[in-house]
Ligand binder design. Structure first.
Ligand SMILES: Cc1cc2nc3c(=O)[nH]c(=O)nc-3n(C[C@H](O)[C@H](O)[C@H](O)COP(=O)(O)O)c2cc1C
Length: 220
């Protein structure tokens, strides 16, 4: 089948678009407002962008009534945000924190999760999450879209500090991803979690290419 996105004439009972780019990692983003109220919300339009230095981004549509989302406003005003990894164990809390509430509401409370202080930035971390990135705001890229929700604010941040729960580091020094069981978004209302891993290494003599693939920073 083929369809034009402007016409959206796919003829299917459910829009297939989000199912065509899967799985999408979930950035569970914590911020703090100028008035000091903490904020927490999941973003599956989330990705790491590069590793040396590391940058990540989350992409926020407008609210259902066409306003910029609190995570965006806070990240810009305070100049900081935190990525918390979303796991299968935390799935209900992640979902609860997605409710559209005002900036005066602390979604850590709604989700029933604990605030842990960050080391380098003001927004708190989700204590129950196994991995956190402390990020310094870099830039927002705004893409025009259709009202009320289509316009999107892509928030880019530089990762300045990384927390990893010690118990989730294996004896071989790799992260215990199967133990962590991160969740990710599919299309529709569907999710997946990581339950298997396989390894492939780029063939050929180019060691630098392989080390880029591994995400290894050059050590001087
Ligand atoms: C798993 C999951 C992923 C989501 N991903 C996005 C996303 O990528 N972009 C977005 O704008 N909203 C996304 N949402 C909805 C936001 O979390 C929701 O609008 C939230 O209220 C935003 O909160 P904020 O205004 O405090 O930033 C997602 C919701 C869930 C449950």
């Amino acid at each position: 089948m083929f369809y034009e996105t402007e016409k959206n004439d796919h003829g299917l009972p459910h829009d297939p678009f989000k199912s065509c780019v899967v799985p999408r990692p979930i950035g569970w983003i914590s911020t703090i407002g100028a008035d000091g109220v903490p904020n927490l919300a999941p973003y599956s339009q989330f990705q790491n962008l590069t590793f040396d230095p590391p940058y990540v981004m989350f992409s926020a549509n407008q609210t259902t009534d066409g306003r910029r989302k609190d995570s965006v406003i806070n990240a810009e005003q305070i100049g900081q945000f935190v990525y918390n990894m979303a796991t299968y164990e935390l799935r209900e809390a992640v979902n609860k924190s997605a409710q559209e509430v005002g900036p005066d509401v602390d979604e850590f409370e709604i989700a029933g999760v604990t605030k842990a202080p960050s080391k380098l930035v003001k927004p708190p971390r989700v204590l129950e999450s196994p991995i956190h990135f402390e990020c310094v705001y870099h830039q927002t890229l705004r893409l025009p879209g259709k009202d009320p929700m289509g316009t999107v604010d892509i928030v880019i941040g530089r990762v300045v500090g990384i927390h990893i729960k010690d118990a989730l580091i294996l004896p071989n020094g790799k992260l215990d991803i199967l133990g962590i069981r991160p969740i990710a978004r599919l299309g529709y209302y569907d999710y997946t979690s990581i339950e298997s891993i396989f390894e492939m290494i780029i063939p050929g003599p180019n060691e630098d290419l392989r080390s880029g693939m591994e995400g290894a920073k050059k050590r001087t």
